[in-house]
Each structure stands twice: as C-alpha cells, then as structure tokens.
Design a binder for this molecule. Structure first.
Ligand code: NAD
Length: 260
C-alpha cells in the first residue's frame, strides 16, 4: 500500500480483529474499531493504539445484528476519514450443540453476526470503494468454510455462506481495482477459542485438556494454535498492491487442516 487508507474492522475490540487492526495501524492506516466490551477498556484500547502507531483511531459500537447500526458504522467511517478503503468483516460468535438441541435464537444470532452482517457492510462500503477506484474487502471465514465439524451447525453454515458471498462480490467488482477475499484460519488462540474449549468439554463430556489435544489440535497437522499477529500480517499483505490479483479466493491459514 503506497499511502494511508481508512480501514474498518468489525469485531476489533478483541482477538483476531484487534490483531488485524493493530497490524494495519502499524502500516500507517487509520482505523475504525468496532465491537462489544466495557466502554472504558475500549477507550483505552482506542487511545493506546492511536498513540502507539501515530494514526487516527475511532470507535463505533454498531451491533452486527442491527442493519441500521451497520449502515451507520460505514457512514461514520466515511464521514471521519473521507473514504472507506479497507473493510474487514471479522465479528463472530460461536455456539456448540447437537443440531436437534440447537437453540433457534442461537442459530439466528450466529447467522446474523457471522454471515448477514458481511452482506450489510459490503453493501454500504462498495460505493465508497468504487468512487475511490480502490478497495480491499477481507472476510474472516474459517477452516469451517471448507470443512464441517459436528455440533457447529450454525457456524459452519455461516462460514460456508461467507465463501459464496466472497466469490460473488469479487466477480462483481473485479474490474474496479477492488478485491474481496476470505481468510480461513484454523484454531487461533483468542477469547472465542478459550470459551469454546469450555463449551466443547461440556458437550462432549471430556476434559478441557482433551478438547485441546484430541479435538482442536488433532485437526491441525502443525499441532500449534495460530497467533493473531500471523493473521494480521496476512491481512496487510492482502491489502497491498502485490495482492491486487488475488480475489475471490478462499484462503486457508490452518496449519494444514484442509490438506487432509
Ligand atoms: P473474539 O471473541 O476474540 O472476538 C470477536 C469480536 O466480535 C469481539 O470484538 C466482539 O466484541 C465482536 N462481536 C461479537 N458480537 C458482536 C456483535 N453483535 N456486534 C459487533 N461485534 C460483535 O473472537 P475471535 O476468535 O477473534 O474471532 C474473530 C473472527 O474470526 C470470527 O468471525 C471467528 O469466527 C473467526 N475465526 C476464529 C477462529 C479462532 O480459532 N479464534 C478460527 C477461525 C475463524
């Protein structure tokens, strides 16, 4: 990237989203943070990132289940930065249960946050990118966009849906210097995974150590959790000019999981 861009990252108050926001800020890009959390802690995060990297960092608390708030997130990004150049759809939640016991409200919430919110942000951000003649969209999918696991019906469905949205959007804007790709991590060490260890242990009736060893890292040939910094660097590369011909790609970063 030759100059400072405006980047909006959903779900960037924690985990992978925060890692990507930090990596982009470190490259000199202005950041719109989003996500849930304690207002005081979020303000500390925002001001800390601004002074650490010397870029403008704003925060918008849009709830990814609310189309009106998502529209306002993108509009506010355009207002404060004058453009919306980089959009990273990252906000996501998990719920683990057998399909016949899966609570309908958890299904609806996961589909809304993990999948439908990506449609709304893209819908509102594309006009800015088209006007600028440049844009980068990155959707945080998952190895579960390519493989299924039991007890994750809503999550796997949402992530497979994101793969379809990614390819469709990429084709629609391919001639306009806008790329749209999906990053598909395996298990990344974040609060989402830490909570999932507890839930999976309960659902399967095994210990938390057994979940880590026999469920999670069993799937990942490298036997390592991925670090958020690695995903941050991947996102930076996808935003670079060198990556302008990577589009519509469903890109694994999962320690070899889907090679099996
Ligand atoms: P996390 O729980 O650490 O962070 C999730 C972020 O989403 C937080 O900032 C949270 O506030 C935000 N969020 C949740 N609900 C929201 C809502 N209604 N509106 C706005 N923001 C909301 O999780 P993470 O592990 O960093 O996951 C980030 C993304 O990466 C998710 O889409 C997840 O599915 C995906 N992913 C994670 C892993 C992993 O192993 N951690 C693997 C593959 C894919």
């Amino acid at each position: 990237m030759s100059q400072s861009k405006a980047a909006v990252i959903t779900g960037s108050t924690s985990g992978i989203g925060l890692g990507m926001a930090r990596a982009l800020a470190a490259k000199g890009h202005n950041i719109m943070l989003n996500g849930l959390g304690d207002p005081g802690e979020i303000e500390q995060l925002r001001s800390g990132m601004a002074s650490e990297f010397g870029v403008a960092v704003h925060y918008h608390g849009a709830d990814m289940t609310r189309p009106d708030e998502i529209a306002d997130l993108i509009a506010e990004t355009g207002r404060v930065f004058g453009s919306v150049d980089i959009l990273i759809n990252n906000a996501g939640i998990q719920y683990v249960a057998p399909v016949e016991e899966f609570p309908v409200e958890q299904w609806d919430r996961i589909i809304a946050i993990n999948m439908t919110s990506n449609f709304h942000t893209i819908h509102h951000a594309l006009p800015y990118m088209k006007r600028a003649g440049w844009g980068r969209i990155i959707n945080l999918a998952s190895a579960h966009a390519l493989r299924a696991s039991p007890f994750k019906a809503a999550y796997v469905t949402a992530k497979h849906g994101i793969a379809g949205l990614t390819k469709t959007v990429a084709l629609e804007v391919a001639e306009q210097n806008i790329t749209c790709n999906a990053i598909c991590p395996g298990y990344v060490w974040t609060p989402l995974v830490e909570n999932q260890i507890v839930d999976t242990a309960r659902t399967r009736g095994i210990s938390e150590e057994e979940v880590k060893r026999d469920v999670m890292l069993l799937a990942q040939p490298t036997k390592q959790f991925i670090r958020v910094e690695e995903i941050g660097e991947f996102a930076v590369f996808l935003c670079s000019d060198a990556a302008k011909n990577i589009t519509g790609a469903i890109l694994p970063m999962e320690g070899g999981w889907t090679a099996k």
